[in-house]
Design a protein around this ligand. Sequence first.
Ligand SMILES: NC(=O)c1ccc[n+]([C@@H]2O[C@H](COP(=O)([O-])OP(=O)(O)OC[C@H]3O[C@@H](n4cnc5c(N)ncnc54)[C@H](O)[C@@H]3O)[C@@H](O)[C@H]2O)c1
Ligand SMILES: Cc1cc2c(cc1C)N(C[C@H](O)[C@H](O)[C@H](O)COP(=O)(O)O)c1[nH]c(=O)[nH]c(=O)c1N2
Length: 186
Amino acid sequence: MALGQQHVSTHRPEAERRDVDSEAPPSVSAVAFRQAMSCLPTAVYLVTTDGPGGRAGFTASAVCSVTDDPPTLLVCINRRASAYAAFADNALLCVNALGAEHETVSNAFGGKTPMAERFARAEWTTQATGAPVLVDALAHFECRVSQRVAVGTHDVLFCEIEAMSSCDGRERLLYFDRQYHRLPSR
Ligand SMILES: NC(=O)c1ccc[n+]([C@@H]2O[C@H](COP(=O)([O-])OP(=O)(O)OC[C@H]3O[C@@H](n4cnc5c(N)ncnc54)[C@H](O)[C@@H]3O)[C@@H](O)[C@H]2O)c1
Ligand SMILES: Cc1cc2c(cc1C)N(C[C@H](O)[C@H](O)[C@H](O)COP(=O)(O)O)c1[nH]c(=O)[nH]c(=O)c1N2
């Protein structure tokens, strides 16, 4: 093993394995898991919604492509987030991918800032679904939530794409090692 590398083993013999529903304490701590995840770069998104539950949004990195038929993303949202109630009540959302110039607005949507103030930090429009679309998003995906699955502290929202725009050539905003980074498009 290279100097400085730490190996966290999750392997257990067959007899010791338990069902995923078991009450057994996890063998990897949340702190160790977060530390490992912190070294993996991710894109950064503002996930926004509007509807009967009101307008809300939060900064997300737990966003992933699921299938291209039908085109579907997943978004993980912490049930303790101030935005959660709106996402629980609304069926529509927009996943706005951020460019390097969006670091300040990403910080506003990343917690503690009142919802109206978050939205006041950027320019918004509505297009196909009525969910807030960031005018200068690097790319956006307007979605209908097709399934919700509760896993631990989070809900996983499966989101079918109804309209979108593709990435342009600007620098991307990345997040890793607990900091923002800029990535040129080529
Ligand atoms: N998936 C998430 O919910 C998620 C992801 C990134 C950051 N955050 C939140 O943003 C703040 C700053 O994060 P940070 O990256 O600077 O330091 P951190 O040590 O809290 O997190 C390091 C990494 O662990 C993962 N992570 C953090 N909190 C998580 C959670 N509750 N559930 C699942 N994965 C999680 C993410 O990949 C994150 O980049 C924290 O409050 C953190 O909880 C949450
Ligand atoms: C870079 C980055 C990435 C993420 C987050 C933060 C930051 C800074 N946060 C946390 C989220 O944006 C917000 O801070 C929490 O929901 C708490 O916000 P409130 O103060 O309750 O609105 C976050 N939360 C979540 O539920 N899923 C996610 O994927 C992410 N990803």
